[in-house]
Design a protein around this ligand. Structure first.
Ligand code: 5GP
Ligand code: ZN
Length: 117
């Protein structure tokens, strides 16, 4: 069924508590934890408990959870004390996605003035 945990998914294992993570926020539907290889002083991943391969598929299937994901990303930034931050949704291998469980990167704490868009 759509959204069900996938046995080989790293982030499903983190949601289940089978792989440890440094959790910074948790709700009934969303989990936020520090990236294991931070690219900025603040680098937190926000993920839904349910499994979808990317953020767009999550939003199409469960828009309320996608909305909560974004709201939680903002609360992570607030909790971490960063006013300016970047949200990144890598989608597809060619865009740098390596974990195929929807997630948003919250990056902050250093100037990020260069932009691709
Ligand atoms: P993606 O490249 O798919 O957008 O992002 C996946 C992120 O997951 C990467 O930034 C990577 O550093 C992070 N990551 C990979 N394995 C682990 C892990 O076991 N624990 C945590 N906390 N982060 C991980
Ligand atoms: Zn998963």
């Amino acid at each position: 069924m759509a959204g069900e945990p996938q046995p080989d998914c790293l982030f499903c294992k983190i949601v289940a508590g089978d792989i440890p993570a440094t959790v910074v926020r948790r709700t009934e539907r969303v989990l936020a934890f520090r990236d294991i290889a931070p690219k900025a002083p603040v680098h937190v991943l926000v993920i839904p408990h349910v499994h979808y391969p990317n953020a767009a598929e999550l939003a199409a299937a469960e828009p309320e959870i996608a909305g909560e994901l974004l709201a939680e990303a903002g609360l992570v930034a607030r909790d971490e004390g960063v006013e300016d931050y970047r949200l990144i949704f890598n989608t597809g291998t060619g865009a740098g996605q390596t974990v195929f469980h929807a997630h948003v990167h919250v990056l902050g704490g250093k100037p990020m003035t260069e932009s691709m868009v």
